[in-house]
Ligand binder design. Structure first.
Ligand SMILES: *[C@@H]1O[C@H](CO)[C@@H](O)[C@H](O)[C@H]1NC(C)=O
Length: 76
């Protein structure tokens, strides 16, 4: 049933984002002086428009949750 598959896909995506936000702080990348690198929003052109790659940083905010997620990923 395509609808159920669609729901599971979206639910999986939601879970993934919720998990990422519970464990990681996503912030500006820093240059070699420690100054933050501003993001210039740039997009591709064409039929499917998506953002160009940009620099950012990921910082673990909760090592307990990180350990849980790593254990979960290794058990699959
Ligand atoms: C980290 O996550 C654990 C498990 O969810 C939670 O019990 C704990 O309070 C969290 N620590 C911080 C600093 O948020």
């Amino acid at each position: 049933m395509p609808l159920a598959g669609h729901w599971f896909a979206e639910n999986g995506l939601w879970t993934t984002f919720a998990t990422i936000l519970a464990v990681l702080r996503i912030d500006h990348a820093k240059d070699s002086n420690g100054d933050r690198i501003d993001v210039k929003p740039e997009y591709t052109t064409g039929l499917a428009i998506h953002p160009e790659p940009f620099h950012c940083s990921f910082e673990v905010v909760n090592t307990t949750r990180e350990a849980h997620i790593r254990a979960m990923m290794n058990s699959k």
